[in-house]
Design a protein. Sequence first.
Length: 250
Amino acid sequence: MNSSAKNKTPRRTVLVTGCTGGIGRAVAVTFAQNGWNVVGHDCISGDKARQLKACITAHGVDFSLIKADFSSKRQVNRFIAQAAELRIDSLINNAGGYLAAKHFTELQLEDLSAALMVNLSTPILLSGCVFDGMKRRKFGRIVNISSIAAKYGGSGSSVHYGCAKRGLEALTKTLAREGAPHNILVNTVRPGVIDTDFHRKFPKDMKKRVAMIPLKKMGTPQDVADAVFYLASDVNGFVTSEIITIAGGE
Ligand SMILES: NC(=O)c1ccc[n+]([C@@H]2O[C@H](COP(=O)([O-])OP(=O)(O)OC[C@H]3O[C@@H](n4cnc5c(N)ncnc54)[C@H](OP(=O)(O)O)[C@@H]3O)[C@@H](O)[C@H]2O)c1
């Protein structure tokens, strides 16, 4: 082996859950543009995944995809076992959503379990699964995608979602403390209203909602992706345990 090959450090790898959604896609592409290999995860979206693969590999980096429905115990366990085999330098716990928009007076245990599994339990398990490898390599970055709902509480119909996201923020605090001695930096990004399919799944009066935002517009997925890349790459050497709100002043 010649010395240049010997000294070549491997590309860094990011794992982005929910990588075919609006924010996840922008995050995955931003890492690829900066020379990172991407391991993506999605739940169902086949065509979107194929398009994303083409877009990412065009940057000369590797892309692989793991599919899993995070509301299924069996699929989560399989996903965690697969992730444990990988070298992950940065983890973006991005997959999430309401799953059901139900008033809290009508929530059933099944609704709650599913929302907590997708938005909280899987990120906890996944963080635990990549943590030891990050420790060994003395480098790790984790960003948990929360929501403005964790700041103000959500509506009466999204309490299951808001509570799960608040739990994710508690996870950030613990992991940041545990990770600090090992150069593992862990932060929360709290998006406000971002223009993605998220809002089309449970339509509401968006005009009214946008009027409440001081900047009077929705954010773009790239607004979130730029902050996530900063926090979850080598660029960040000193920010940990923080909550960065990207919400047009809300
Ligand atoms: N958009 C906003 O205004 C906003 C505001 C605050 C917080 N957020 C948070 O930002 C993150 C990304 O949201 P987004 O706006 O990009 O929404 P999105 O376009 O709806 O994407 C959501 C992603 O989560 C995945 N997902 C949903 N249910 C899942 C399940 N049961 N198992 C596994 N994966 C699942 C989806 O996978 P499939 O597409 O394969 O189903 C998709 O990739 C979420 O955590 C969301 O809570 C968004």
